[in-house]
Write a protein that binds this ligand. Sequence first.
Ligand SMILES: [Zn+2]
Length: 99
Amino acid sequence: MGSRKRSAQQKKIAEFRAQLGGLDDLYGRERRSQDRLSERREAARRERGCERKQRYATRMDALEAIALCAEHGTRGLSCYRCEYCHGWHLTSHPRPQGR
Ligand SMILES: [Zn+2]
């Protein structure tokens, strides 16, 4: 008898936990949607900073391209190591080094 009483209590606890779990899931969903938002931002950043750009395998290649551009009148370019593809890209907006 005692065990039946206890199992009823356990059922109640389980229901209570399920409610809590439901709340957790609500917060979890909120977090996940924020994750998706930052993923989208990250993807846009990656597209701007990496995928749309010409990729150079080495710094030398990038510097050669910069020299070539300078010969054709495009000055003020610099190159940076890409954090996404680990190649090199050119930019007309130099970023602070040492990242
Ligand atoms: Zn890249």
